[in-house]
Design a protein around this ligand. Sequence first.
Ligand code: FAD
Ligand code: MLT
Ligand code: ZN
Length: 520
Amino acid sequence: MASRAVWRRGASAWLRASREPPGVPRSRGCAGARGSREVVPTCERYAVRRLPFGRLADGDVAFFERLMPGRVVTGQEEVRPFNVDWLQSVRGCSQLVLKPQTTAEVSQVLRYCHERNLAVNPQGGNTGLVGGSVPVFDEIVLSTALMNRIISFDRVSGILVCQAGCVLERLNEYLEEQGFIMPLDLGAKGSCHIGGNVATNAGGLRLLRYGSLRGTVLGLEVVLADGSALDCLTSLRKDNTGYDLKQLFIGSEGTLGVITAVSILCPQKPKAVNVAFLGCQSFAKVLETFTTCRAMLGEILSAFEFMDEKCMELVERHLKLSSPVADSPFYVLIETSGSNSTHDEEKLNNFLEKAIASGLVSDGTMATDYKKIKVLWSLRERITEALTHEGYVYKYDISLPVGKLYELVTDMRARLGHRAKNVLGYGHLGDGNLHLNITAESYSHSLLDAIEPFVYEWTARCSGSISAEHGLGFKKKQFIQYSKPQQAVLLMQRFKAMLDPKGILNPYKVLPSAHERSMS
Ligand code: FAD
Ligand code: MLT
Ligand code: ZN
């Protein structure tokens, strides 16, 4: 072991006995913690023109009251949390939230809205990070909060079928009792809904191991804009009958249909989980650690995450977490998941010995016990929350060739200089996914102009994607051309026109529209 390295098994050296593992940030709870500042209406900040949809009338509200008594929200204060996003960066002015419980009710709502030309914003847990989950104007919010029923779980196949409004963390708890887990995990698990996860094709912390929802989602039930229900809720691993229509709705961010139920393949709960948290002295060493890690841990590697020192500084300052590892420019979190703890620990130890001996890693700690693992994960998972304490957050979620990941952060830092409070990077390194975040005391057009389109041009030059996992929503839709050819965008617009001819489903989102002024 290299002389600099301080190797602490079980992470006990730094864990304060009194500290409980932190709770999962909840969408509205977290925003409350830093005070509810007034958010400028989206239509004003971005100068958007309202499209000619119908306007809500008393008769409409009366219809919905009859359809779902007690589940129609109209009070200004009660509606407010559904109008503002988790980041408190965009704000709509909807006057109506509907909370259906069944697919039949969703169908009736959409049939009615379609006839009346009323625009609708599907909403799950409202944890989306691109402004897609809240209205821009007065769109009716269709919340899946009460569609939270588990329909079935087959222990032999591991296939779960549930309504779209089930909270991800509740599903995971339910499965854990039966020896299974959800194939995806993310920091917003305590609030986000599985329907929202599918609608955004969320990636998260387990994608390296279990792959994307495009592979694990087996079937969907979707209500289309005209109210007709499309039943593709199959639970088959293999089904090559015609086009795979469910793929169209995965990642469509509420613009093509409302997902009402999901069938998903769930892996067995791993019997042995270990987490190592390591310090690296350069990004080149982070990359080499990843290569070594993949070669030596192979099939048991389940996550490889990274964060820079600025991220650590902010989680320590704002969330009162403490770093288990001596000051380093970069940190990596490695998780292994397997079925034999002796075998897995031995593999991980061999890897760690090598990483330290070869100078790739300068300091580190390892946890095998559930509580300590959670504490280590919270250092990475809660960066998003820590950032919100810094003011306004400009968020970028980029796919790049892995070797290039941190260059974008360095270039952006040099470009913005003192105009930004922080320019930092973290993300799912194992997936080639960088989260570049820039913070400032408050939102400013000029800072945004300094960041965009530079960040998108940079990404396009490297053949990357301007949205790896968060989607395009409202904030990125005008920039789709940096990642997709015009022909592809035109085909998407044709799909949209076919499935939602009146454009009532989540308007102003995902696809650029000729009616709106460019935001660039
Ligand atoms: P919402 O935010 O309510 O909606 C998101 C979009 O989906 C909107 O466009 C909405 O219209 C649409 N939608 C929602 N439900 C439906 C439905 N039933 N039918 C049709 N459309 C629907 N994302 C990642 O990919 N990886 C991460 O690691 C990750 N970590 C996060 C950590 C934190 C702390 C936070 C706040 C967010 C994180 N996110 C992450 C982003 C967000 O959690 C995901 O996008 C999540 O999948 C959104 O789910 P939701 O239920 O909150 O959806
Ligand atoms: C994450 O990986 O932490 C999420 O995608 C959220 C974020 O980008 O902040
Ligand atoms: Zn992420």
